[in-house]
Ligand binder design. Structure first.
Ligand SMILES: Cc1cc2nc3c(=O)[nH]c(=O)nc-3n(C[C@H](O)[C@H](O)[C@H](O)COP(=O)(O)OP(=O)(O)OC[C@H]3O[C@@H](n4cnc5c(N)ncnc54)[C@H](O)[C@@H]3O)c2cc1C
Length: 441
């Protein structure tokens, strides 16, 4: 019999040590850089910029609390690769994999260097193929990528851990460099680090409006902030600020997590040894992640795991059909039927039409930086964004030229009411979310 605790509080938030909220802005400010949003994108940008430029006055405004958005509400899979990109040329694909892997290395490096107490693991993850042609293609791709020196392994269906085999998997790519990250424990631990580096963090401080110019003017409640540069680190919330309205579809994703069980018990129920997590090749991607604490987190795989409200309104309360997500989970893992669901939550995702995210700088004065549109793999990419944006700030972006996410093209998405109609008609008729074919590299 499932029990539900703390509606819409993620497993990661439930495990966080309580702390007093950082103060809200209560004066007008003049700063060098103002970062909007306290998720992975905002906090990683704060970290890399402050570390390189102790002379800069950097502030971060978070509407609610650090890790309030997707960064504190995700499924925990820290994966390589850029969603929406199909590997063609192995050398080029390997360069993309290496760039994203640098994002995971950055997270690991920060945790180790600062001795942070974070729930995370780098135990690898399976990308599962459910159709034979896709599996054969994956096997060939892995062969090419191994020749480029990548540690990926292709595993035939018969050799897969039992649990993955039973979901109709005909093969899978195992990436040993992927991992799991509890985003709340990471950002909570990173918060005092960025503060020690001189960044001032204001919580409960939503930016209401932005006026661009050689210096940008932000309205934060009753106060005004003048900033030489700003960073939009607000992902799915960004259209509310008037940016990227025609390129981002804010969707809500719903997940469930079981009570914790020991590794031995999960193994006895068929969760293969060493299986940190998986995602699959279905259009409504299903994903599962074994947390550091032994909870199994599951999301996707079905229309019921996502919600889109007219106009992309961020009020998802009451829209999530968690029972349907749980039923889907049990199709993947029927042996878990007697393990209660202990957490269920929902959070914002920013879909782009080609599923490729973008990191860049815009505005007449070239002082509005952004990293957003993560339509999958956002844990890795949003943590990488801080490094990319710091390089852009320093005009030292050569390393990122040609990467699909660097100034990535986010195609136009029709406005309402076509958007709402299109989303609901396509998802209901096909069970897939509308998307434009990504790019082949
Ligand atoms: C249910 C779910 C499951 C997911 N699973 C995975 C997964 O397994 N693997 C993976 O890689 N990715 C996953 N993701 C996606 C991933 O979590 C995101 O792509 C990533 O966290 C985005 O980070 P971010 O910092 O850009 O945005 P966010 O974490 O959303 O941060 C944006 C912040 O901006 C704040 N904000 C908004 N408006 C304002 C304003 N006006 N002023 C100030 N602050 C503002 C918000 O409160 C929020 O804290 C999942 C997401 C969800 C919701």
């Amino acid at each position: 019999m499932p029990i539900y605790v703390d509606e819409n509080r993620s497993l990661w938030a439930a495990g966080a040590t309580p702390r007093p909220q950082r103060p809200a802005l209560d004066e007008n400010l003049d700063v060098d850089v103002a970062i909007l949003g306290g998720g992975f994108t905002g906090m990683s940008t704060a970290y890399h910029l402050a570390r390189r430029h102790p002379e800069l006055r950097i502030v971060l405004f978070e509407a609610r609390r650090v890790a309030n958005g997707g960064s504190g509400r995700n499924g925990g899979l820290m994966l390589n690769w850029v969603n929406g990109v199909e590997p063609g040329d192995p050398a080029r694909a390997a360069a993309i994999w290496r760039a994203t892997n640098a994002g995971i290395d950055l997270v690991e490096g920060i945790i180790r260097e600062h001795g942070l107490s974070v729930r995370w693991r780098r135990q690898g993850s399976y990308h599962v193929n459910t159709r034979l042609p896709g599996a054969e293609l994956a096997a060939r791709e892995v062969e090419g990528l191994q020749k480029e020196g990548l540690p990926l392994q292709y595993i035939d269906g018969s050799a897969l851990p039992e649990r993955l085999r039973m979901q109709g998997a005909v093969g899978a790519t195992f990436d040993p460099a992927a991992g799991h990250l509890d985003g709340v424990s990471y950002l909570e631990a990173l918060l005092p680090v960025v503060e020690r580096l001189g960044v001032q963090v204001f919580e409960g401080s939503p930016v209401d409006s932005i006026e661009e110019g050689p210096r940008c003017t932000l309205r934060v409640g009753a106060h005004t902030v003048s900033a030489a540069s700003i960073v939009l680190a607000t992902n799915a919330y960004t259209p509310q600020l008037g940016y990227f309205r025609d390129q981002i579809l804010p969707v809500f994703a719903h997940v469930v997590a079981t009570e914790p069980r020991s590794a031995a018990e999960w193994a006895s129920r068929g969760w293969g040894k060493g299986a940190g997590g998986f995602d699959d090749d279905l259009d409504r991607i299903a994903y599962g992640c074994m947390s550091e604490g032994g909870e199994l987190v599951f999301g996707g795989g079905h229309n019921a795991a996502y919600g889109y409200r007219y106009g992309g309104r961020p009020d998802w309360a009451g829209t999530a059909d968690y029972d349907a997500v749980h039923r889907r989970f049990l199709k993947y893992m029927p042996e878990a039927a007697d393990i209660p669901v202990a957490h269920r939550w929902t959070g914002p995702v920013a879909l782009t039409w080609n599923r490729i995210c973008s990191m860049g700088v815009r505005g007449e004065s070239r002082n509005v930086y952004y990293g957003l549109g993560y339509s999958g793999h956002g844990i890795t990419l949003a943590n990488l964004a801080g490094r990319v944006l710091a390089d852009l700030y320093d005009h030292d972006e050569a390393a990122w030229e040609g990467q699909p996410f660097f100034r990535g093209h986010m195609p136009w998405i029709p406005p309402e009411p076509f958007r709402w109609l299109g989303y609901h008609v396509v998802t209901r008729l096909t069970g897939k979310s509308p998307r434009k074919r990504g790019v082949k590299v």
